[in-house]
Every structure is written in structure tokens, then in C-alpha cells.
Design a protein around this ligand. Structure first.
Ligand code: 5GP
Ligand code: ZN
Length: 117
């Protein structure tokens, strides 16, 4: 738990969210400002500032592994496991990261095309 982190407050229940998946180490919620019919944020429950924090410890790598392991279940829950989706991580200022708690955007529900930006 990091003070003043909105995602830590969502994880603790202090700020409400629409949960689509949860297990002991991972939470997936609807993004408040969706860019596609499916726009989910997948986050580790433990606070990591960014993807760069992950490599600093075995626990970080284990948490990332847990998050990846949950993806098939999350995609199935959202009905995009066959149609496909895009997974995005914004890291740092020029990477467009606005919430400093590691998260992945899972976006889909329409044809996103091949472009990355
Ligand atoms: P970033 O720009 O850091 O990669 O993405 C942050 C995302 O968090 C944005 O897409 C934004 O819409 C979303 N977001 C910001 N505040 C909240 C919130 O309080 N609840 C939820 N569910 N999403 C949020
Ligand atoms: Zn946090």
C-alpha cells in the first residue's frame, strides 16, 4: 500500500471500482475512461511504481508472473479470448504513464488494427 496511490485505494476498497476479475495477487477493473468497448486495467495488488520496479526483486517477478497467468481467465471473462485484444503498459512520463502503480491496459471489443499508436 502506497499512500496517495489511487490504485492502492481501489485495491483496499477505499475508492470504488467495477471489478471484472480478482485473485490473491491480481485485480482487473474497468477503466473509468474507456477507449474501446473493452478497456480493463490489470494490476498487481502489491504496489510497484512501474514495470521497471519489477526486476528489482524475486517477489516482483513472481507477481508479474501471477498477473500474466491470470490473463487467459480475464480475457475469457470479457469475451475477447478468441477475437483478440491488445495489452499495453505505459511507463514513465514520455510513455504516458499517469498513475504510478504498475498496470496493463487490456483493450479490445473492436478491430484495433495493426497500428501501435
Ligand atoms: P496510464 O496513463 O497511467 O497508463 O493509465 C491510467 C488509466 O487509469 C487511465 O486510462 C485512466 O482512465 C484510468 N484511471 C484513472 N483514475 C481511475 C480511477 O479512479 N478508476 C479507474 N477505474 N480508472 C482510473
Ligand atoms: Zn499503488
Amino acid at each position: 500500500m502506497s499512500q496517495n496511490c489511487i490504485f492502492c485505494k481501489i485495491i483496499s476498497g477505499e475508492i470504488p471500482s467495477k471489478k471484472v476479475f480478482e485473485n490473491e495477487s491480481v485485480l482487473a477493473i474497468e477503466d473509468v475512461n474507456p477507449v474501446a468497448p473493452v478497456h480493463i486495467l490489470v494490476l498487481p495488488k502489491k504496489h510497484y511504481t512501474s514495470i521497471l520496479d519489477i526486476a528489482a526483486s524475486e517477489a516482483g517477478l513472481a507477481d508479474l508472473s501471477q498477473l500474466m497467468a491470470a490473463l487467459p481467465q480475464i480475457a475469457e471473462e470479457l469475451g475477447v479470448e478468441e477475437s483478440g485484444f491488445r495489452l499495453i503498459n505505459n511507463c514513465g512520463e514520455e510513455g504516458g504513464q499517469t498513475v504510478m502503480h504498475l498496470h496493463f491496459h487490456l483493450i479490445g471489443g473492436r478491430n484495433l488494427g495493426p497500428g501501435l499508436i
